[in-house]
Design a protein around this ligand. Structure first.
Ligand SMILES: NC(=O)c1ccc[n+]([C@@H]2O[C@H](COP(=O)([O-])OP(=O)(O)OC[C@H]3O[C@@H](n4cnc5c(N)ncnc54)[C@H](OP(=O)(O)O)[C@@H]3O)[C@@H](O)[C@H]2O)c1
Length: 311
């Protein structure tokens, strides 16, 4: 098959389209023909050789942890979907990559709602799982006020909508340029310095060294969770990590979010969509502020020229 991949660590232009072995699903997995894949911070860090996971990669490596597409092969034990079904979810390979290719192996998926565009579905998987996990950990419920720092990014823009769907009042902290974007998601934008209302829970998505502020605003270390600040545990703040630590079921939230999409209560904000031969530009944009929603790479069509059955 064809894949966007890199055979050395470096800047975005190390990404190129090449031939990779066709993957096949193992037990509990499905193979999809990829329609769209999301770009995530972990993809950028792995490509640059700056992630702790970089040293474990076998090169060439295919980036991308989120994908949506049409099931074309199911592994043993899979009973909920079959060939031809449209799904979205997260790729196997311990959360390290594999999405930006003609075919990808998913280990967690939900059925793609009919009204969810492929580009949105491709960027949804890990954001939905992460957001659901964090909101559960904080026990965010109807009537509470939740403050989210890093609210406009890929995960933040999902968190704020899922919290609102639970009935929470959501305050979104982000740079001023992103305030109109947050308002478009129905979120009240704030700056951390100006939070005057009472806040029940706070979630740090940006990992920008604001945990002391969040503890002060909520009044309790127990009401704060971080997804990105490794100083958290030393301050008594819970740091929630998903795969590859394998602490959670990656299906978490995918089914619920599909129901919200059907009711018009959730969307994945898409910042820009790139064709696969422009994957380098996609990675470059994903690293640039202000980040608002997801950068998406479209699936590779075999008409690009190489033999799709090769490998
Ligand atoms: N623990 C987990 O399970 C888990 C899962 C997924 C992701 N993550 C981590 O969570 C973080 C966010 O992921 P993402 O996909 O949402 O990334 P993203 O799309 O790149 O968004 C990052 C967000 O954080 C904001 N931000 C970054 N530095 C900031 C700073 N110094 N001050 C204020 N805001 C800042 C960005 O704002 P600007 O663009 O305006 O600067 C942007 O809104 C990443 O570190 C990622 O690795 C953790």
């Amino acid at each position: 098959m064809l894949a966007v991949q890199f055979d050395r660590f470096g800047p975005p232009d190390v990404l190129e389209i090449g031939v990779a072995p066709d993957p096949h699903p193992g037990r509990g997995q499905v193979r999809i023909r990829v329609k769209a894949a999301g770009v995530s911070p972990v993809d950028l860090a792995l490509r640059a050789g700056e992630s702790p996971g970089s040293k474990n990669l076998v090169l060439p490596h295919i980036p991308g942890v989120d994908a949506a597409g049409v099931v074309d092969e199911v592994g043993p034990g899979v009973v909920d979907v079959s060939a031809g079904d449209e799904v979205f979810g997260t790729v196997a390979l311990a959360g390290l990559g594999g999405a930006t290719a003609e075919y990808a192996i998913l280990d967690f998926w939900g059925r793609k709602p009919e009204r969810m565009p492929w580009h949105e579905a491709g960027g949804a998987g890990s954001g939905v799982e992460t957001a659901t996990r964090a909101l559960d950990l904080l026990d965010v419920r109807d009537g509470m006020t939740l403050l989210v720092h890093g609210a406009a990014g890929g995960v933040g823009s999902v968190v704020v909508q899922l919290a609102a769907a639970r009935g929470a009042r959501v305050l979104g902290a982000a740079r001023v340029e992103s305030h109109p974007f947050l308002e478009s998601l129905g979120v009240r934008p704030v700056s951390l310095e100006d939070v005057s209302q009472s806040v029940d829970r706070a979630l740090d998505v940006a990992g920008a060294g604001v945990l002391d502020d969040l503890i002060k605003i909520t009044g309790s270390v127990d009401d704060v969770v971080t997804l990105a600040d490794f100083e958290g545990p030393s301050k008594g703040v819970r740091l929630s990590m998903g795969r590859p630590a394998g602490q959670v079921d990656g299906r978490h939230g995918l089914v619920d979010v599909a129901a919200l999409v059907e009711r018009g209560l959730f969307r994945v904000p898409v910042r820009e969509v790139f064709p696969p031969h422009n994957a380098a530009a996609a990675h470059a944009l994903a690293a640039r502020s202000p980040r608002q929603g997801k950068v998406i790479i479209e699936g590779i069509r075999p008409s690009l020229g190489a033999n799709p059955e090769s490998g």
